[in-house]
Design a protein around this ligand. Structure first.
Ligand code: PLP
Length: 356
C-alpha cells in the first residue's frame, strides 16, 4: 500500500522520524517548548548559513510566503516567476491587496539577473520575490548572480522561496543577502508536511514596522516580536509533533554532514538528468537544471498516468507534470533522504516498464 515516493514532495520520511511525531505532548507555554524551539533555530541557522532569526509557522510554506509579501511590502512588490509557484506568489500579493507586478520567464528558463536589474532600477519596488527552485519546471535559479544585482538596491527586501531546495542544496542566506528565506518541512528536510520555516533579517523587520495591515496569523513582525518577548514561544499553539520530529531530523542532517548531503543531491540529479537526456529530454534549460527535482520532457508521448500505475505495482511513484505541463512532462523528485542507489533502482524499473 505504501509507495516509495519519487515525487517532488511530500517525501519518504524515515520510521524513526515518524516515531518522533508521536512524542507525548508538552505544554506550548512550558520551558521545554522554549528549549525545543531554540534548539531547532540553532540547527536551522546552520543549514541556512545565517545569523538571522528563525521563525516557525504551523502552516505549509505558502503561509509564510503570503506573510512575507504582505508584512513587508509598503510600496510595491516585484514578483519574479519561473513557473507555477512564482505565479502563486503574485496571486497572494493581489489577494492581500499588496501592489505588485509579475515578471515571468519563458517556462523552462531561469530568471534573468539583467531583467532584475532593469526592474529594480525603476525605483518602484521595495520588495522582490525570487523562486530558488521551481518545482514545476525543474529550474534552479542562478541565485548568486541574481543576489549580486539585488545588493545594488539595499532598500529592497529580498524574499527567496527555497521550499523545494533548502536542506538539499547549499544556499548561503547571509552571503546572498536574503532577507526572508522560506522553506517547508515536506521536501528536502525529509519530514511530513504541515510546518514551514523562514529566516528573517533586521531589514525585513524594519520594513514590516512601516506596514500597517500585516494580517494576523502570518504577521511576521508579530511572530518575531512575540518570540523575542516570550522566550521563543509562539502566539498560537504550534505543531509540537512537527517540532519534535524536526529537531531530531535536523540532528540527522547535520550528522550526515551538509557537504555530503548537498553532494548526494547533486549526484542524484546528475544521474536522473543523464537518464532523461538519453531517453527523453530535459524540460529545463540544462544550465539551470534543479538538483532536487528533474522535469522531463515527454518526447515519446508516453502515458504518464499509465507509467505511474505500473510503477505502483513495484511500490514506486513519480509525478506527472504540473498544471499545463501535465502530460507534456513528468517529474522525478530526488530529495531528502533518498539515495543514489534508490534512484538507480527506480530508473531501472521504469526501463523495464517502458521499453526505451
Ligand atoms: N514553492 C515551491 C517551489 C513549491 O514547490 C511549493 C510546494 O510544492 C510551494 C512553494 C508551496 O509550498 P507548500 O506546499 O509547503 O505550501
Amino acid at each position: 500500500m505504501y509507495q516509495k515516493l519519487f515525487i517532488p514532495g511530500p517525501v519518504n520520511v524515515t520510521e524513526d522520524v515518524l516515531q518522533k511525531m508521536a512524542t507525548p505532548m508538552i505544554g506550548h507555554r512550558s520551558k521545554d517548548a522554549s528549549v525545543l524551539q531554540k534548539s531547532i533555530s540553532q540547527k536551522m541557522k546552520k543549514i541556512m548559513s545565517t545569523n538571522n532569526e528563525i521563525l516557525l509557522s504551523t502552516s505549509s510554506g505558502t503561509g509564510l510566503m503570503e506573510g512575507a509579501v504582505r508584512s513587508c511590502t509598503k510600496k510595491r512588490a516585484a514578483i519574479f516567476s519561473v513557473g507555477a509557484f512564482g505565479e502563486k506568489w503574485y496571486e497572494m500579493a493581489v489577494a492581500n491587496g499588496v501592489s505588485a507586478d509579475l515578471f515571468s520567464s519563458e517556462l523552462g528558463k531561469a530568471t534573468s539577473p539583467k531583467l532584475v536589474d532593469e526592474v529594480l532600477a525603476t525605483g518602484k519596488y521595495d520588495l522582490i520575490t525570487i523562486t530558488h527552485n521551481e518545482t514545476s519546471t525543474g529550474i534552479m535559479n542562478p541565485v548568486e548572480e541574481i543576489s549580486k544585482v539585488i545588493k545594488k538596491y539595499p532598500e529592497v527586501v529580498f524574499c527567496l522561496d527555497t521550499v523545494s531546495s533548502m536542506g538539499g542544496v547549499n544556499i548561503n542566506i547571509d552571503d546572498l543577502g536574503v532577507d526572508i528565506c522560506i522553506t517547508s518541512t515536506q521536501k528536502c528536510l525529509g519530514l511530513p508536511p504541515g510546518m514551514s520555516i523562514c529566516s528573517i533579517s533586521q531589514k525585513a523587520i524594519e520594513a514590516a514596522q512601516n506596514v500597517k495591515n500585516r494580517g494576523f496569523y502570518f504577521d511576521l513582525l508579530k511572530l518575531y516580536e512575540y518570540i523575542q518577548k516570550k522566550d521563543y514561544q509562539y502566539p498560537s499553539t504550534p505543531s509540537l509533533p512537527h517540532m519534535f520530529a524536526l529537531d531530531y531530523q535536523l540532528d540527522k542532517i547535520l550528522d550526515e554532514g551538509l557537504e555530503n548531503r548537498f553532494a548526494r543531491h547533486k549526484q542524484m540529479a546528475q544521474c536522473v538528468q543523464q537518464w532523461a537526456k538519453k531517453n527523453f529530454d530535459l524540460f529545463a534549460d540544462e544550465a539551470y537544471a534543479s538538483y532536487t527535482v528533474t522535469t522531463i520532457k515527454n518526447t515519446k508521448n508516453i502515458s504518464v498516468a499509465e507509467l505511474n500505475e505500473n510503477l505502483s505495482k513495484y511500490g514506486y511513484m513519480i509525478s506527472n507534470g504540473y498544471g499545463n505541463l501535465k502530460e507534456k512532462t513528468f517529474r522525478i523528485g530526488h530529495m531528502a533522504d533518498t539515495t543514489l542507489k534508490e534512484v538507480q533502482e527506480l530508473l531501472a524499473i521504469i526501463e523495464k516498464i517502458i521499453p526505451l
